[in-house]
Design a binder for this molecule. Sequence first.
Ligand code: SAM
Length: 379
Amino acid sequence: MPQPLADVLAEVRELLLDPGLTRAVAAGRRRGFTPSVTRAELRPVTLKAGARLQIVTDDGARPTTRNVVPGPEAAEAVDSLLAEPFGNWHIETASSTVQVRITKKGDAQIHRASASRDSAAADHDRTKQWLLDPGDPLFEVIGGNAAKRRQIDAFLRALEATLPAELPPTLRVVDLGCGNAYLTFAAYRYLAGRGVSVEVVGVDVREDQRVRNSAVAESLGCSDDVSFVAGTISSASLPFEPDLVLALHACDTATDEALARAVGWSASWVLAAPCCHHDIAAQLKGRTAPAPFGELTRHAIMRERFADVLTDTLRASLLRLNGYRVDVVEFIDSAHTPRNLMLRARRTGAAPTSAQLSEYASLVEEWGVKPALSTMLPS
Ligand SMILES: C[S@@+](CC[C@H](N)C(=O)[O-])C[C@H]1O[C@@H](n2cnc3c(N)ncnc32)[C@H](O)[C@@H]1O
């Protein structure tokens, strides 16, 4: 049954400004009108500065994020969105879902459903299924196809498994070789969502990535907390010594540069997903394998795979010798990417045992290799 538009919008206004709001989306257009943005999404967020109403609007080219203070500022922002000729509003609160469709005649049809126990349970399952809500504005910026969401989720689960249940009140994070930074932003959104203050710096040798990633941080409204530096992993200077070091798919020995820096900073946690491995592979080529392992390196493909294993084994050993407890895990199953191994390290500060020292020494001696990381570690 159509109702006067003004009455319905007054009800929508109350819901949007209510603390019980979960999420709301405005989209579509009324007959004969075009809103200034194609879509608007509102959700409550908790930032370092306190509670905010986050408003993400999309003009069809790119999203813009504003975080407004509850009260008069939020009311003004909501009023200007309600004045836009959107065709639909969808509002979810803790207790109900309200859908509004504006008819061709300019009236409103409203459908209200209370959040049943089943749908509340389904919501709970959905949010448990993904560590970062698929509705997070990040996915609007980076594109949210299923493979990317799965990769982000696998990464966040590895992060969750590495960090303690109780995080320090401030967490300083560096992402070395951050590339287009979607994992950097995912880490930020996830950690900030755990209620701690998070500062993140992404480092990449490419200046164009710095410029692009800084613009993304602006559009997500997090440029105070997430910044980018153009420079090499081994020499970039950071505004802080990080607690958490990420190095995801940094090419070849760039992973070693990242691990060496993490050790130099005495970072508490390190997550490294190595990428291509050429260093040890090149050293094994043309060298006689210790008996009885000749078969392992006779065929190029076997030598390559063995070199990958030996490289990451030696990296894990060197981290252990430098006071880290290390787990080597599958990052994401290999159907999604062949680079599916991750070193997860937590600093314990423990001195190496003599067994660990001699194991490492005999491994490099038997195979006649000198891992890049061993030449980079602070002495
Ligand atoms: C394969 S991309 C991975 C990007 C991102 N970490 C991810 O997993 O999606 C590797 C990135 O590392 C950067 N890179 C490689 N070697 C580097 C170095 N030595 N110093 C800084 N950046 C480096 C490259 O420019 C590239 O953007």
